[in-house]
Design a protein around this ligand. Sequence first.
Ligand code: NFS
Length: 671
Amino acid sequence: MPKEKRSPEELSADPAAQQMLIRAEELGLSTAFTRAEELAPCNIGGAGMCCKLCGMGPCRLTKDGQTGICGATIDTIQARNFIRAIAAGAAAHSDHGRDMAFTLKAVAHGQAEGYTIRDIAKLRIVASKYNIPIEGRSPEEIANDLADLYIAQFGQQNGVLAPVIRAPRKRQKLWQERRIMPRGIDREVVEALHRTHIGDDQDPEHILEHAVRTALSDGWGGSLIATDISDILFGTPAPILGQANLGVLKQDMVNVIVHGHEPTLSEMIVAASQDPEIIAYARKAGAKGVNLSGICCTANEILMRQGIPAAGNFLHQELAILTGAVEAMVVDVQCIMQALVQLAGNFHTKIITTSPKVKIKGALHIEFDEHKALTIAKQILREAIDNFKNRGETHIPDVREDLIPGFSHEYINYMLGGSYRASFRPLNDAIMAGRIRGVAAIVGCNNPRSKQDYLHTYVTKELLRQDVLVVETGCGAIASAKLGLLLGEAGLEHVGPGLREVCETVGIPPVLHMGSCVDNSRILTVLTQMVEEGGLGDDIDQIPAVGLAPEWMSEKALSIGTYCVASGVYVIFGGSSPISGMPDRVSDSDRVLRYISEGWEALYGGKMEFVADPDEMIRRTLAHIDKKRAALNLPAYDPARFGRSGDRRMLELEELPLAERRAALYGVPAK
Ligand code: NFS
């Protein structure tokens, strides 16, 4: 019997997406949503049991005891497939970090047109962590040394990756003892590829040990470098008002969407779009100006720093083109669907590739070069403006939500303690008292195999109800933004009593948007700072915290998950596992899956699990948080103890006669 087609409501939780899916159907155009319906995943490859590492195969193993032609067993094949995915993810994040480091070097030498060092304070703080002299030196001199140090991390052959010193001391010791300390970023990625060539490393546990080392070189290396330098060059994020969803596109303006990951070009396009010369050029073309918005992590980068709206997350890239209102979609690297070009052929939209690493047949290529970034940004915008006259019929959904992004760890510090006593103490205290039950990081992609944004927002809402503070990055953060969870009061109605008290007192939304996916390094920094603040144990694995990627799909997500596990975090992925095995047909084929849970927990204190059912994700998250609370001897979570203070309580009290109000406030008995 043919499979029943899912309705737009079953494909996405987002009303704007639903409208655009109807539009696609009317026009007879395919999207990732419909292609996912038509193309069933391969169950052998999906289980991690297909080896195509050499020309004797592919060997597809489906029976007990079966091996590949070379004799490779199922668990070896699964471990090899898994580490290769992690290596690709780590390479993507880290190569982004490398380009940022080169940009910093060019800025230090005055060779990067249009860029300046915007956050000198962060530059000095970061440099002094590595003992780079700062006193009496210009920002450029310091930036030059920091750029050299960071560039050296990629090609370093031996020793320890420098930024690792930013992890809790006990964790660093554990990495030394377990012999998984990352040495150099490129070295770990190359070694992952070498080990998985035909006839190399055959012991699944030994392969997975190097998977952990490789992922650590991403989290505490490439990603952390990318975040540091982005903040130094473009400013450390602080809360700012933004908007999200397709309704940010404007009928009377030239719409340019920047999509991808690196902030270098997009920041320059932001600057160019406000240039009087460009505005005048747009007016001459009959538009009111240039309206910029972002998709994927580029969206997060410019949203949290400049308040530029996010048109959407991963699955919105095609939907944006379907509006017919986008003059140009400018892409750089990662998460860019090849399908964009063909889809854009039905409209006037120009797809412009810009990275020397990424070309798509049929797209216009205008290559980015940080030495003349502003000139190139203006050239790109002129292309878009020239295209305005070709616009046909448009369908812009009138759907958008406000949000407040920009919660860098520096800002959280300040927000909790003020300028003079910036500290994480209030957060630790709130967890220790039980007002906040624990912390969940909900991150990662969209995946058209599940209803867009649904798992993200379902899990987020339920954890908020359970007094779990949520931090988000990447496309997960945009999902919450689109569905209205990233705005103080709007989010608070979903929130448990203790967490609500904290949010009302400090004045924060219950879900903190912490940036793009490379900014998961910010979450590592927050966890480290919570450890250092005291009261929640002396290492990350003792904190009542969980990481979730409910709608993951990219290899980068697997790298993030793995470095979080190695840092001591329990990580839950939704959807399917890339190494699930087929335990119903091959009895032992889930050995690798069990190893990354129980085996890794015994070694690193963190573990990785794949859980399809969102209620089960929530159950496991809360059970883990409560277990960690108990291990720290903290009071058991009890929502009945809180929720009678904060702004809401004051409003209630105002209704009371004075004597009763005093009684309630100060415990003075009412006469
Ligand atoms: Ni992360 Fe950002 Fe989105 Fe997934 Fe892709 S954009 S780096 S990989 S899809 S969250």
